[in-house]
Ligand binder design. Sequence first.
Ligand SMILES: O=C(O)CCC(=O)C(=O)O
Ligand SMILES: [Fe+2]
Length: 280
Amino acid sequence: MTNNEFENSYVLSQAEVDRFNSEGYLIFNGFFDDNLTQLLKEDVDQLMVNRATNGETNIMVFPALGPLTSEPTVVDRVANLMGTTFTHHHIHARWQGEGESGVSWHHDYEQMPQTNRSHLMVHVFIYLDGLNGEIGDLLVLPGSHQRIMARDAFRQFMYDDLPGSVTIDNLSPGSFIIVHSALQHARRPKPGGETFRRYFIDTSYCQHGILWPAGRRLCHLNQMAIDLGWDRNGKYTFLYDNSCFFDPHDYIEKFNTRNQGSLALYLTKEINSKHKGTKA
Ligand SMILES: O=C(O)CCC(=O)C(=O)O
Ligand SMILES: [Fe+2]
């Protein structure tokens, strides 16, 4: 697919793109049709049974969850935000019930070390039965994706309100939220859940143009998606192109020894030789 094809298929308005860039997230309330939502719930139910009984737990092979990674309702909107091709990074799925624990403030932007936000990574949070204030609320801190910080920079605040933070606790079934992965967010535990299940799926996508950290298993899963036909007759093959990934385990030691002191140290030679060139 060429960049032109992306430009020709706008699903998001310019106002939505602008809002995403300034706030770091966009809510699509009740956007999945009932049939898709139902099939996904059945898959998540089966996945949870399989997890408890040592059955099949590879999400990519599930008939509704696998192709969700290339679901046009989602990825065509992500494409508008990316403005270029991008690769699927992961899919997680489960339902949560009464007593589910919270998740402290964090962001999920994959970068080692955290130094810039030149390229876009998004997470798509999908709430199949919506959110109703039971079990867990989603908290987001609008605009925080524009700051460069460690993933756990706000962990000490757990799931407290922060100045300017927004609580999302009321969504219709079949809703999803596209989140800039560097946006600070949390899950606040809530009572309830006796009769409500919090169906939660998250998928993630990385913009092409740099190398992103990803384990070897992910590359295997993306290949599997193509083999299973989740690229929808080639229209979304780009989603499963693993060439934008590196395995962080191969690099961690070198990263840690290099990531000391000033970046200028590594550029000194280059800049000095440039100065010499100008003088001559
Ligand atoms: O449960 C949620 O709504 C969000 C959880 C979360 O932070 C995540 O999956 O990255
Ligand atoms: Fe998260």
